[in-house]
Design a protein around this ligand. Structure first.
Ligand SMILES: Nc1ncnc2c1ncn2[C@@H]1O[C@H](COP(=O)(O)OP(=O)(O)OP(=O)(O)O)[C@@H](O)[C@H]1O
Length: 259
């Protein structure tokens, strides 16, 4: 279980996060949503420790994360950043293999067990045809899938993803979200992702955290958030909510800006 407690953060005199407290439980997909600049990535960066949180604000299994060794943290939490480096002269297979680094011995050797995981991830993300290709000449979407594969190869109980589908086409987005849902169910994972696509957020996320101007306005089940008027107010846009054969679709209404 990962928990954020009274987390505030400012840059200069600009408050970016305001007293955020959230508890993320296992076997749940969380969608962090909110308008541009709301503080979504900054919140995730604190949980990733890209921005080292001040003490007693982020806890992993009740332990202050600032006291957890980086390699130990890497066995518990894997990340995919919003912007990933593209100038990496490694093959796709080598990149996925990097996800195994917390488990390697001091010589950095992979074992048969590591190779089985790497093969499985390559297969599950349909990366077979790209496995020998250099990261240098992949498309944006292909590279994004590889970074997600590297995180999955870490086999952590917690997965933090900053806009994991931002570069993927419709088919690849849905395929990836289906895969995440399956591994969440199989391994009781906690998946926390920043996601802009409200329609997909409400189809795949069990819980929604709605941020605005550094504050949590609502953290609740997707159903509760859907039923709340606050969603349309925050985005200043009317949304059409369609229930069809057990699915719920959230669609922005064209030409109807202000809610
Ligand atoms: N280094 C920085 N210096 C000044 N302001 C910053 C810095 N980093 C982030 N900010 C500001 O902090 C706020 C929150 O940024 P953040 O990237 O967390 O938002 P976000 O909700 O993820 O936005 P988006 O949806 O556009 O990705 C924004 O107003 C941003 O301009």
């Amino acid at each position: 279980m990962i928990k954020v407690q009274n987390l505030s953060y400012q840059i200069g005199d600009k408050p970016i996060l305001k007293d955020i407290s959230l508890t993320f439980k296992p076997h749940t997909i969380y969608g962090i949503i909110g308008p541009n600049g709301a503080g979504k990535s900054t919140l995730l960066k604190h949980m990733m420790r890209i921005i080292e949180p001040s003490s007693s604000t982020v806890f992993l299994k009740d332990q202050d994360v600032t006291k957890v060794k980086v390699k130990e943290y890497a066995k518990q939490c894997s990340f995919v950043f919003q912007e990933n480096p593209r100038d990496l002269d490694f093959t796709v297979e080598e990149m996925i293999a990097m996800g195994r680094y917390p488990y390697l011995d001091y010589m950095g050797h992979t074992t048969k067990a590591d190779e089985i995981v790497i093969e499985r991830i390559i297969h599950e993300l349909s990366l077979e045809k790209l496995r020998e290709r250099s990261m240098l000449n992949l498309s944006g979407g292909e590279a994004q899938k590889v970074f997600i594969g590297r995180a999955l190869a870490q086999e952590t109980p917690i997965l933090l993803l900053d806009e994991p589908i931002s570069m993927l086409d419709v088919h690849n987005s849905v395929e990836l979200l289906n895969r995440l849902k399956t591994i969440k169910d199989q391994h009781q994972l906690t998946i926390i992702m920043v996601i802009h696509d409200l329609n997909l957020a409400f189809q795949y996320c069990d819980e929604i955290v709605l941020l605005k101007e550094g504050e949590v306005l609502l953290a609740a089940s997707r159903q509760e958030v859907l039923e709340s008027e606050i969603l349309q107010q925050v985005y200043h846009h009317r949304l059409k909510i369609i229930h069809d054969h057990g699915n719920t679709y959230v669609v922005p209404r064209a030409n109807e800006k202000e809610a």
